[in-house]
Design a protein around this ligand. Structure first.
Ligand SMILES: *[C@@H]1O[C@H](CO)[C@@H](O)[C@H](O)[C@H]1NC(C)=O
Ligand SMILES: *[C@@H]1O[C@H](CO)[C@@H](O)[C@H](O)[C@H]1NC(C)=O
Length: 232
């Protein structure tokens, strides 16, 4: 029994080490160098790609990436149904296209006739700018998925609907991308009217029943961050 518990804990520690190495380590730097950045990652496959920036009400400048249409479709000017893809924890818009055409959800949806928009939550590699704060300041990082739901999503959704002159969009969230959505809809329910369909991949609503050792790591998060985080 004790051995099993130790084995499990060891597995978690190994996983965490690999995860941290992936975020900060040499491995990730080399991998990153060999991949073109967005939006070239998309255009290298012959798909059109756009970069848009939008400021949130609390000053964060977010980057969104877009595949407006697929080269497999013939016309470029018809209004396409809009789909918005929101990545999960420690991720970015790259998630949706890294697998390449025929596999990445961004390409598959573009091929199916959608106008594909991909968000980047505050603090990820594409969204580290702010109207006043430098990303070197701790105050820049004083947020959780509460702010991502209350500020980031409304700014992005409103920007997309204005740009495409459409009334609603389809929302696909992965993991934290679903948590942000639930925060938005519980705090600003009027946004329901702007979503025609929501698809939750690996949804996360509450963490309080989590038994994984990871849950105890969240207790190490400074209280200013975790206090605002109603889900924990
Ligand atoms: C595009 O046009 C070609 C030739 O008219 C046609 O064969 C093809 O099915 C069209 N593709 C799509 C996705 O509509
Ligand atoms: C949407 O964004 C594109 C690219 O920035 C721009 O050319 C276009 O004018 C915008 N459309 C509207 C309706 O704002």
């Amino acid at each position: 029994m004790i051995l099993a518990v130790w084995g499990k804990s060891l597995a978690y520690v190994c996983f965490l080490t690999l995860l941290l190495r992936g975020v900060t380590g040499k491995y990730n730097k080399n991998t990153r160098k060999s991949l073109p950045a967005m939006p070239k990652l998309i255009t290298q496959h012959g798909y059109p790609a756009e970069t848009h920036t939008v400021a949130t009400d609390d000053g964060y400048i977010l980057t969104m990436h877009r595949i407006p249409y697929s080269p497999l479709s013939n016309s470029t000017d018809t209004a396409r149904p809009v789909v918005f893809l929101q990545h999960g924890l420690i991720s970015s818009s790259v998630d949706w296209v890294i697998m390449g055409p025929g596999n990445g959800l961004g390409y598959l949806l573009a091929d199916a006739g959608y106008d594909v928009w991909m968000g980047n939550a505050r603090g990820n590699m594409y969204s580290t700018r702010h109207n006043k704060l430098s990303a070197m300041l701790p105050t820049f990082w004083s947020f959780s998925w509460h702010e991502m739901g209350v500020y980031d999503l409304p700014a992005e959704i409103d920007y997309i609907l204005t740009n495409t002159t459409q009334k609603s969009l389809r929302y696909v969230g992965h993991s934290m991308g679903t948590t942000m959505f639930y925060v938005l809809m519980s705090k600003k329910p009027e946004y329901n009217a702007k979503i025609s369909r929501m698809i939750a991949l690996a949804p996360v609503a509450f963490l309080r029943n989590t038994k994984s050792p990871f849950a105890s790591i969240t207790k190490l998060v400074p209280s200013g961050v975790s206090k605002q985080n109603g889900a924990i």
